[in-house]
Design a protein around this ligand. Sequence first.
Ligand code: FAD
Length: 466
Amino acid sequence: MQNYDIAVIGSGPGGYVAAIRAAQLGYKTAIIEKYDTLGGTCTNVGCIPTKALLDSTHHFSEAHHKFNEHGIKLNEIELDFQRMYKRKSEVVAKNTAGLDFLMNKNKITRLKGTASFVNNSTIKIVSENETIDITAKHYIIATGSKPSTIPGVEIDKQRIITSTEALSLKEQPKSMVIIGGGVIGVEMASIFNRIGTQVTILEYADNLISTMDQELGKSLHKILKKEGIDIRLNQGVYKAENLGSSAKVLFKDKNGTENELEAEYVLVAVGRKAFTKDLGLENTGVELDERGFIKVYENNQTAVSNIFAIGDVIGGAMLAHKAEEEGVLVAETINGQKHHIHYDRIPSVVYTWPEVASVGYSEEYLKKNNIPYNVGKFPFSASARARASMDMDGFSKVLVDPKYGEVLGIHIIGARAADLIAQGVIAQEYEITAEDMFRISYAHPTYSETLKDAYLIASGQGAINI
Ligand code: FAD
């Protein structure tokens, strides 16, 4: 029987980061993954392939709509769909190879197979060729999540698909109905709309990306609509049917008015659920909550003291960087270190174009909780950098405590918002005031200057550039 200090189950961003940190701290570490490649959802069918396709389709769209303005003449712009998907797969392969390298470098034992608990201290790992038992002093469960659906909509992976199947299509779809206007829904909509697929989004809420500050979703709605996406809000889908070479969705609005749509594919993007299948948790004292997520207590410890859980499988923000932080926290906790995660300072990002990024409180939250705030909002249309690149859609908005100037929330829709939000995270984490933020120097011309002006406005100083 093999014995380890720490065994990590699942090799997504939660699992591989936990394993690396554990190994760095000197623990004999194993990582168990049932698939051939490491990296989990994020690397194989999530963050990385979607960003590869978002980049490819963004270039395609720029070539169509902006190159002319830049004085670049192309006679014909053609899409090679298979090549675009091949590049996406190559990007994924480079990343998974990078993870293999990191496991070797850190002397982490990689075990392939499905892990399931025999009891609180032993797991068996079942692969095609063999079944082995291992023991570890500590276990870290990082088994992630799988797409969920809604009643009446059965994902058949043929015509009624999820983001996973959409990432391995053989041909460009002519039409697609996307159920859900959250992060995954709008990213998938952007990918396909940009290459000429007729895309409709059906969203139950009254706004896109409805968990973020509402102004972001409203602005994104206008931009995506302008680009040709048919967006229908307040729509409750209650049935989807595979018709062979197409699929049909039936839905009704809040007044009960019935409607239906047919498309080559129906893509379900209504959220994800914890993946604990085959884990044998019934043989342990690990508890699940009412929604099926693994219940964790302080420092991500489950009800069993030597078993920890991290990432999507415990719920909360289903984000790779949240899983990564938890991986580090658990490894360091086992090591006796004190570590803390500020969950309200984890940024949310949407990789549409323009990108959307947010950290801290939304205006809706502050209003609801009677917390006073000042708003500083600066449009990208007034940014010299944005004019140079013709990326003038969007704004940077900061919400600031009127008395002490503490930065309460930062919400950006605009070019490179995903990178800009990092300074917002620093501002929040170290409780820097809006004045501190506008007194520092921002390189000119950059998109980040939109934040400097937003901080100036929120502090009552008045922006320099508007
Ligand atoms: P996962 O990445 O899901 O990894 C879990 C791993 O555990 C899997 O490899 C699975 O095979 C393995 N496993 C499960 N059970 C067992 C078992 N019993 N034995 C052995 N192995 C097992 N997040 C971002 O932050 N940024 C993004 O841009 C982003 N884009 C996304 C786009 C899409 C389309 C999707 C679907 C998700 C995206 N996410 C993004 C979310 C992100 O992918 C997840 O939050 C992240 O992967 C969660 O990491 P994890 O380690 O908890 O689990």
